[in-house]
Design a protein around this ligand. Structure first.
Ligand code: SME
Length: 161
């Protein structure tokens, strides 16, 4: 079982040194990828409002090359961002409109990230295993996002404002 309390305290210490969202999200991706077994992708998509449209732009991550832009409402990430609802998907092949960036992915968790009450991105975690994420993992990943919201300087987000 992943030690989410330790992960949150590591993120807190890193943000004390430098709270800018870019290194905090980059190191959070690295910490999650390192600490959780059976992941093939861990990272962030960030809300981009440029051009009068709201899309998700690929942010800091660990894993294989991924889709650069995802429309709000599309795939697991776009669904989470548009509805402002975390998504726990035991089998991505049963999720209507799932976007297969890495064909190895079989289960996925997506948690919206907020600044000043609005969605500014999502944390996306993928596993090659079906049903990889327990209720404890889901709650732990939510606590990571809550920690980032509390300690990182997210004032530069959303992008393209
Ligand atoms: N599977 C995601 C796309 C992002 S990749 O998994 C990194 C989705 O359906 O939104």
């Amino acid at each position: 079982m992943t030690d989410f309390k330790l992960l949150c305290s590591q993120i807190r210490s890193l943000a004390e040194g430098e709270p800018h969202w870019l290194p905090v999200l980059s190191n959070a991706s690295a910490l999650i990828m390192d600490a959780m077994v059976d992941l093939n992708w861990a990272g962030f998509y960030l809300t981009d409002r440029s051009g009068g449209k709201e899309t998700l732009l690929l942010g800091p991550f660990q894993g294989k090359v991924a889709c650069v832009r995802i429309a709000y409402g599309k795939g697991v990430c776009g669904t989470a961002a548009k509805a402002d609802e975390p998504q726990l998907v035991p089998n991505v092949h049963e999720f209507p409109g799932h976007i297969a960036c890495d064909s190895a992915s079989n289960s996925e968790v997506v948690i919206p990230l907020h600044a000043k009450g609005e969605v500014v991105g999502v944390l996306d975690i993928d596993s090659p295993l079906l049903n990889r994420f327990s209720a404890e993992d889901y709650a732990g990943l939510e606590s990571i996002v809550a920690t980032i919201e509390a300690v990182a300087d997210l004032s530069g987000l959303p992008l393209g404002r």
